[in-house]
Ligand binder design. Sequence first.
Ligand SMILES: C[S@@+](CC[C@H](N)C(=O)[O-])C[C@H]1O[C@@H](n2cnc3c(N)ncnc32)[C@H](O)[C@@H]1O
Length: 278
Amino acid sequence: MSTQAPTTEQIRDSWDAIATRFDEFVTPKSVVFGEDALRRADLRPGMRFLDVAAGTGALSIPAARLGAQVVATDIAPTMVERLNARAQAEGLSNLEGVVMDGEALDLDDDTFDVSASQNGVSLFPDLEAGLSEMVRVTRPGGRVLIVAFGLPAKAEFITFFMGAMQAAVPGFTPLPMDPPPLPFQLADPAAFHRKLVDAGLVDVEVETVTWDMPFESAAQFWDLFISSNPIGAQLTANLNDEQAAGVRQVLDGMLRERSGGEPGAVLHTETNIGLGTK
Ligand SMILES: C[S@@+](CC[C@H](N)C(=O)[O-])C[C@H]1O[C@@H](n2cnc3c(N)ncnc32)[C@H](O)[C@@H]1O
């Protein structure tokens, strides 16, 4: 297996390949998390709002519903296409989706009242570049809001899925956790706080919250997991039909155990929400 870091084009293509499924299975579940995060940013109608690595709008659609003037950027063209379709379907003419690399934003300095990213910039191989770009384009006195997963051990959608894979697939090697995968690089609230200060922000606060993720069934959980990140897609890509069915069966048992026999259950995921002022 190659240990070389993926190129920007490879990262773009891997997200683009799952974008349609991401829009179908993931965004409808994560809009509530975007709404929750935005409550901290005091976003008001007419404010200029930037979403970096916007996916198909879990953060930028709620921002547009609040009346902000939204620029939503993502590196994957199909994500932006689906995001614009969502905005159009809701009649949100105050949201513009644009294809753009968050590590090198093609945007002017000091332009946005609030710049935000939900499980976006925290996935970047060059996190510092992503944060510094967000700070650069925010106006002095404006705010930067970053949402990022907490510890992998506190992310039940990961621990449940890895447990099911280990139980059902002989020889399955779980994700290496030392260091953890990139989506968890801001899992430590103290390190997260430091990164925001180093990026030039003041009055920095990092709050740890628990997100409740309700799943109706093991099949729905499976669809979400393999569509939420290229890592999930790669982990399951080589399973044969029997193995995949075996994983879903174990997941079904785990969800039923959690919920006292019901097919669906609520899983919890710790999340860190960082806010700072430029
Ligand atoms: C986990 S999704 C999060 C999407 C959205 N923020 C949400 O909360 O649902 C990560 C997003 O980051 C995007 N992405 C990855 N690398 C990027 C980069 N360098 N610049 C911009 N977007 C990037 C992917 O295309 C994907 O849409």
